[in-house]
Design a protein around this ligand. Structure first.
Ligand code: ATP
Length: 140
């Protein structure tokens, strides 16, 4: 079933989610405040929008609350990530998933109601360690 996703922040993490969801046939709105990043995903997103994720009224104007899932993939600018997540929750977005830079960032995102929080490098590191120690890996 086709779903609607919005991704805010098109770094490596946001871009790979965007491309994969689009490839799987979902509707994907890609948002970034940097036009260059948006140009790079044209052809891999249903729509692209140059919007600052910290601007609540701009998020409201684009109808962000109509998207079932919104992924906040802003990384380095922790303040922007927190503010954006807060606006999305205030605008009643049903599922807000956010990327955390560190444990403090995680705690704040949790407090303000992020529905799921990722630590891409840490999560992938754990998965690789699990995979390497699983019995399915043949030692050769
Ligand atoms: P990655 O590791 O996934 O490459 P990162 O953790 O280094 O990313 P950033 O490069 O800081 O994260 O941010 C990812 C994207 O988010 C960038 O394309 C940046 O332009 C965008 N971004 C940052 N702040 C905002 C904002 N307030 N509104 C919209 N987009 C933003």
């Amino acid at each position: 079933m086709k779903k609607q996703f919005a991704i805010i922040g098109l770094g490596r993490f946001g871009t790979s989610i965007c491309k994969e969801l689009y490839h799987l046939g979902h509707e994907v709105l890609a948002i970034d405040k940097n036009q260059k990043k948006l140009d790079e995903v044209k052809g891999f997103a249903t729509h692209t929008l140059n919007v600052d994720g910290t601007d609540e009224s701009a998020l409201q104007k684009v109808g962000i609350r109509n998207f079932e899932h919104v992924i906040v993939a802003i990384g380095e600018d922790i303040q922007a990530s927190i503010l954006c997540t807060l606006h999305l929750k205030d605008l009643d977005v049903r599922k807000v998933w956010a990327k955390a830079q560190n444990d403090y960032h995680h705690k704040v995102l949790e407090k303000i109601g992020a529905d799921r929080i990722f630590h891409p490098e840490k999560d992938m590191g754990n998965r690789i360690a699990e995979f390497l120690t699983s019995e399915k890996v043949i030692d050769y």
